[in-house]
Design a protein around this ligand. Structure first.
Ligand code: AOS
Ligand code: ZN
Ligand code: ZN
Ligand code: ZN
Length: 424
C-alpha cells in the first residue's frame, strides 16, 4: 500500500495555519531556524527490519494484525513510515531473517520508496535449521575452531548479501559470554573473538565498515565477551580503521554516563553507529525518549558538539538506527514516535548556545552551564521538526495521519489478522 501524496497535502492544508503560528513563534525565539530545519530534513534514521512486528517477551507474544510476512512487506512498511515523516529513509536488514531471494528486485523496491540499505546484521545468537554446529556456548569466541569458522563464514556471507544490496557496513552483535564463573577463560575468549573478527574484517570491501556492538549482559548473565565500550574499543582499535564501536542505548549497566562514553569514542574517531531506544531496567528496547528524554538530549548534545569539532556531517557521519521491540503498541506507531523523539532531541541539541557554554565551563560557572543546557532542552521545537517534514514532503502530524488514513486497518485487510513477522 501507499499513502497518496494528495492525502498528505490535504492533511497538511488543514493544519497549516496552526503550524505556521507555532513556527513563527519559535523562529522568532531562535537565531538559526532555517539552518536547523535544513539539518533536520537531512537527518535520516534507519529502521531495523525486526522492529516492524510484535517482538513480545520471553513470557509470551501477542501478535497484532497486518504485520509484514516477508522482506518485500517490511520494505513497504518502512516506505510508509518514510512517506509520513521523510526521516526514515533507510532499512537495516538481519540475516538470515531477511535473506533476499532476488537482491536486484529488493534493491529496486527499496529505491522506489527512497530507501537505502543501512548496516547489515549477522546472527550467531540462534541456531538455524540445518546448521552443523550449535552456538550454545558462543560463536566467534568458541573453544572449538570449527564452530568459530562457521560463525566467521556466516558473517562473510552477510557481507556478500550487503554488497548485492548496496549496503556498506556490517554490525556484529555477539551473544557470546558465559553464564557462570569458571565457564570461560576470559583472555582466551577475547583472543578467539579478536581472531575471528580479524578474519571477518579481512573480507570487508574497501569502502565498508564493521560496527562492533557491546552489551553488558543478556543472554549471558555472568560475562559478556564484548561487554562494554572499553572492550569494544579494544577490538575495534586492534582491527583497524574500518572498525568502529556501536552504542546501543540499552546495553549499559544501570546509570552509566552514556554521553561521556559517546564523547570519548567520538574524540578517538571510533564511534561508528547508534542503536536508539530507551530503557528503565535493562535492554528494554522501549520507544526512544519515552523514559529518559534528558539523557537522550545530553547524548545528542555531545554528538553535535563532538561531530562539529571534527567537521563531520551530522546526517552521514555516523550510522543512525533504531533498535526497538514491541509488546503492547502498534510497531509502526511506535517507530513514528521514536523518530519524532530523535528529531526533537537533535533539534534541541542544535539550539545549545555553544559559546556561552564554553565560557561558563572556562569560568567554572556551573549554574550557567546547566542553565544553557536546560534552556535548550526546555524549548518546544516541535514546530521546527514539523517544518522539516513539510519541506521534505512529509506530513505535519505523521501519527495523526497514520490513524486517520487507517493504515493498520488496511494492512490487516491486505495481509490478514494472523501474521507472524519473521525475526524476534
Ligand atoms: C541485541 O541486544 C542487540 O541490541 C542487537 O543489536 C539487535 O537487537 C539484534 O542484533 C537483533 O537482531
Ligand atoms: Zn542493538
Ligand atoms: Zn539490544
Ligand atoms: Zn536494544
Amino acid at each position: 500500500m501507499n499513502i497518496e501524496k494528495s492525502r498528505i497535502a490535504i492533511h497538511n492544508d488543514v493544519l497549516l495555519a496552526t503550524h505556521q503560528r507555532s513556527f513563527d513563534y519559535i523562529a522568532g525565539e531562535v537565531e538559526n531556524a532555517g539552518d536547523i530545519v535544513n539539518k533536520l530534513a537531512a537527518f535520516q534514521v534507519a529502521i531495523p527490519s525486526w522492529a516492524l512486528g510484535t517482538g513480545g517477551t520471553r513470557f509470551g507474544r501477542f501478535p497484532g494484525g497486518g504485520e509484514p510476512r516477508c522482506l518485500e512487506e517490511k520494505i513497504t512498511d518502512i516506505g510508509l513510515l518514510h512517506q509520513l515523516n521523510q526521516s526514515s529513509g533507510a532499512i537495516s536488514l538481519h540475516i538470515p531473517w531477511d535473506i533476499p531471494s532476488d537482491p536486484s528486485h529488493i534493491k529496486a523496491l527499496a529505491a522506489q520508496y527512497g530507501l537505502r540499505f543501512d548496516a547489515m546484521n549477522s546472527n550467531t545468537f540462534q541456531d538455524q535449521p540445518g546448521q552443523v554446529f550449535s552456538y550454545k556456548f558462543g560463536s566467534l569466541q568458541h573453544v572449538n575452531k570449527d564452530i568459530r569458522k562457521q560463525a566467521i563464514a556466516h558473517n562473510i556471507e552477510v557481507i556478500r548479501h550487503g554488497i548485492a544490496l548496496g549496503s556498506d557496513a556490517l554490525t556484529v552483535w555477539l551473544a557470546d559470554g558465559s553464564c557462570f564463573p569458571g565457564q570461560l577463560n576470559f583472555r582466551q575468549a577475547f583472543q578467539h573473538t579478536l581472531e575471528s573478527l580479524q578474519e571477518i574484517y579481512a573480507a570487508l570491501p574497501d569502502d565498508w565498515k564493521i560496527f562492533v556492538e557491546y552489551k553488558a549482559a543478556e543472554p549471558n548473565f555472568y560475562s559478556t565477551t564484548v561487554g562494554d565500550w572499553g572492550q569494544s574499543l579494544l577490538y575495534t582499535s586492534k582491527l583497524g580503521p574500518k572498525a568502529f564501536t556501536l552504542v546501543d542505548l540499552g546495553h549499559h549497566l544501570p546509570n552509566a554516563n552514556i554521553e561521556q562514553i559517546v564523547s570519548l569514542l567520538l574524540m578517538e574517531g571510533k564511534l561508528g553507529g547508534f542503536h536508539f531506544n530507551d530503557s528503565k531496567y535493562g535492554d528494554d528496547d522501549l520507544t526512544v525518549g519515552s523514559i529518559k528524554p534528558y539523557q537522550l538530549f545530553l547524548i545528542f548534545n555531545e554528538l553535535v558538539e563532538g561531530m562539529d569539532a571534527k567537521g563531520m556531517n551530522h546526517a552521514t557521519g555516523l550510522g543512525w538506527m533504531i533498535d526497538a521491540s514491541h509488546n503492547v503498541k502498534d510497531p509502526l506507531e511506535d517507530l513514528l514516535q521514536s523518530i519524532e523523539a530523535i528529531m526533537i532531541t537533535y533539534a534541541q541539541a542544535l539550539l545549545v548556545d555553544r559559546k556561552k557554554l564554553a565560557e561558563a565551563q572556562q569560568n567554572n560557572d556551573v549554574v550557567t552551564a546547566q542553565e544553557v543546557l536546560q534552556h535548550a532542552f526546555r524549548t518546544d521545537v516541535r514546530a521546527l521538526v514539523a517544518a522539516a517534514r513539510l519541506q521534505a514532503g512529509g506530513a505535519l502530524q505523521p501519527l495523526a495521519l497514520y490513524r486517520t488514513e487507517k493504515v493498520r486497518e488496511q494492512l490487516i485487510h491486505e495481509r490478514g489478522m494472523k501474521t507472524v513477522a519473521t525475526g524476534l
